[in-house]
Design a protein around this ligand. Sequence first.
Ligand code: MN
Length: 422
Amino acid sequence: MTRANDPKLRSWVEVPHDSDFPIQNLPFGVFRTPGLRPRLCTAIGRYVADLQVLAEHGFFDDLGVPRYVFSRPFLNDFIALGKTATRAVRNRLSELLDDNLEDWDASELAGYFLHLRDEVQMLMPLKVGDYTDFYSSREHATNVGAMFRGKENALMPNWLHLPVGYHGRASSIVVSGTPVRRPKGQMQVQEGAPPVFGPSGQLDFELEMAFVIGRDSQLGASISTADAEDYIFGLVLFNDWSARDIQKWEYVPLGPFLGKNFASTISPWVVTLDALEPFRVEGPAQDPQPLPYLQCDGPRSFDIQLEVELQPAGGKGKPVCHSNFRYLYWNMAQQLAHHTVNGCNIRIGDLMASGTISGPGPDSFGSLLELTWRGANPIPMPDGSERKFLLDGDTVIMRARCEKDGVRIGFGEARGKVLPPF
Ligand code: MN
């Protein structure tokens, strides 16, 4: 447990009780203002703290961390310094913002490095090289399988033996707040009929989290479950927008393609694995026992509460889903061990998404496909309308947070508004 996680710490920056960003969180992101070029920041209460300014004042010099990494437009160079360095920076930030540490008091400089979050623009925090999407929620895979193949064949024979995944597209990953265009494509509206072309009529969200690769691996080498977490820098919220009608027509036999790769939205804050450490829990029991390369010791999941809010254009929003990261059957260490077991290498900034995180109850399903059971049970909205799938003008807002010992660590939002197609 690092210094920064101490639940007793308090900051001289006011932190509202319902804030995602107490002094115990200190996630990393990238921001700009009309007057400031993109640079690295952390979040504290209602503020972002400008790390470039803190670096220019020499606050990180004794840590052996070069100043230039803080004035980059992405976190990648910072992450590349390695966990010893990034952990030292997070601990130093914890000292600088601590109410009780006079030696490291940075409060006199507050006017130079703190900006209200509402007044800055948060940017895409990572240069994502490769993006992989897993399919690791047993509940989600069972629900979707039951809908598409019937209850008896819901889980494919491989599912309980390996973390199923596919390679997604990094170019269309966007930061929270970026609008999402309804995709157009080919779909088969009626069984046996010829396909038609047009805007998707079944646009959906997928509630996911993704982990950020923090260390390169070597081509040809594998990462064990025991070492996997050394390669994980932190986590973001992830909305894997999906066009169900396009997906259904195209996915046989090679899997998802245009029904998935038009957009994915991430939260602007990368919450470090260090910050999540107090919330570590066991995942679900695994039966049958996985092959040896997928076995791991100790608790490998995290208790992260998840929520999806759906907001119609001009209307009041409504929470449509409450789930939890801990429901995932396959954990991150297993996903990474599987991903690299054939010698596939990973690189800093790669994103590995969990797959839709559905829980056991019907209000914990992580997609509209499941929540409405393919449109059979529409969701009533506060404005009197109902939703089977997303309409133009709808905004989807995902949130995630952990709570324990009076400390709440949150991820902020992954928010996106649906725009009509071009
Ligand atoms: Mn997905």
